[in-house]
Design a protein around this ligand. Structure first.
Ligand SMILES: Cc1ncc(COP(=O)(O)O)c(C=O)c1O
Length: 395
């Protein structure tokens, strides 16, 4: 893969016609080491956030050994890319064939479930296996999160007793898991959910071997600057220590976004300006799905030399397809003299954005370049490191 020192250098020397995905393996490795060293339990990686095999390898090399997979495609991908990885199939609704292949062909022993029917499916598909870690997913609030995951999955309070009891009978190790929603903006999201775990354990009176606090750990975006991750870890650790579980019980987490948001950004070209609207060459059907469909704001900066002296103003973006939906409201703050032919870096697209690209309407490009400069925002650089890195933007 081509390598370049910086996004600015790449845009100004190569002047790419197609959008270019920039990847920063050093940023993903730094995030992984942070979780491996500081999370007070085991941090796995939620593969759905970005299934790039290169990224999986970077995370593995940085110490992530367990991978949360949610589909047979992800099971096969991780198995092929990192044969020694431990797979945890954490989608609570799975095809029986997928469970069987994960168990018999890929060595997966950990499965999540939120209903008796799913438990029966797992037991049938694994032919009554006795070496399973079964994680019962509880439904918890997404109140502190920017993206709710509260409606679709999870056993409700009235259902957990029977389910925990049945799963305990079938499991070698019994776990309880939850997801507080993505981009949780307060550590309280986790302490509140762990309170639900306590109630469920007390009510069912079962021995629990694993508590898995799921994903939801935030990253930094404009208008969404979360508290330091250490505060999340402290809150989780304190709440976990007070649970009625044995000393040998394990604490797990499944971060997706927090491990890969800083991994990737995108260079786009402005093809046309109409007032405060910029027509760029990537959009809703490319890496900017979240910007278009849920109004997510990403950091942006103009890549021009010499730099513009104009004051910033707010722009919205149109993507390249012939579709009105291909519109990103932003607002995105850029110098007021932005014009057709300029390049813009859109940052923090490593989580979900990069994973959801399509080639709809003939647009989109697979061109990927490694850069060694810093991501446009970071939860892993301290204040001094941020000042030193000239390309880190103020959110
Ligand atoms: C079961 C599960 N675990 C982990 C994640 C990763 O979440 P996040 O990217 O918010 O950390 C998700 C995301 O949807 C999920 O469904």
């Amino acid at each position: 893969m081509a390598k370049h020192h910086s996004a600015l250098g790449l845009a100004t020397t190569l002047r790419p016609v197609q959008p270019v995905t920039l990847i920063r393996p050093h940023a993903a490795a730094r995030a992984a080491r942070f979780f491996v060293e500081k999370f007070p339990g085991r941090a796995m990686y939620a593969v759905k956030a970005n299934p790039s095999p290169d990224l999986l390898q970077v995370l593995w090399d940085a110490g992530i050994t367990h991978y949360d997979v949610a589909s047979l495609g992800e099971v096969r991908l991780v198995s092929r890319t990192i044969p020694d990885a431990t797979l945890c199939f954490m989608h609570p609704v799975k095809a029986e064939e997928a469970i069987a292949e994960a168990y018999f062909d890929h060595g997966c022993r950990t499965f999540s479930l939120d209903s008796i029917e799913e438990l029966q499916k797992i037991m049938r598909a694994t032919q009554g296996a006795t070496d399973l870690t079964l994680c019962v997913r509880l439904r918890v609030s997404s109140d502190h999160s920017k993206l709710s995951l509260a409606a679709k999955f999870g056993a409700a309070p009235g259902e957990t007793k029977e389910l925990l009891f049945a799963a305990r009978q079938a499991a070698d190790a019994l776990g309880i898991c939850f997801h507080v929603g993505s981009q949780a903006m307060s550590p309280e999201a986790y302490s509140n959910a762990i309170e639900r775990v306590r109630e469920a354990i007390v009510e069912a009176a079962v021995t629990v071997d694993v508590v898995d606090v799921g994903g939801g750990f935030p990253s930094a975006y404009p208008g969404m600057e979360p508290p330091a991750l250490e505060r999340y870890f402290d809150t989780i650790h304190r709440a976990w220590e007070s649970l009625p579980i044995s000393y040998s019980a394990e604490l797990w987490a499944e971060p997706g976004r927090a491990l890969c948001a800083e991994y990737s950004s995108l260079i786009v070209r402005v093809e046309k300006r109409r007032g405060d609207e910029l027509f760029i060459n990537d959009g809703a059907y490319g890496a900017l799905f979240d910007a278009a469909h849920i109004g997510w704001r990403f950091p942006v900066r103009l890549l021009r030399e010499p730099d513009s002296n104009a004051r910033d103003m707010e722009f919205s973006f149109y993507g390249p397809t012939c579709d009105d939906l291909d519109h990103m409201t932003g607002p995105f703050e850029l110098p007021a003299d932005v014009r057709a032919g300029d390049y813009i870096e859109i940052g923090m697209l490593g989580a979900y954005g990069a994973a959801m690209r399509t080639a709809f309407n003939g647009f989109g490009s697979d061109e990927t370049v490694i850069v060694t400069d810093e991501p446009m925002a970071s939860l892993y650089l301290d204040a001094a490191e941020r000042r030193e890195a000239s390309n880190v933007v103020t959110l």
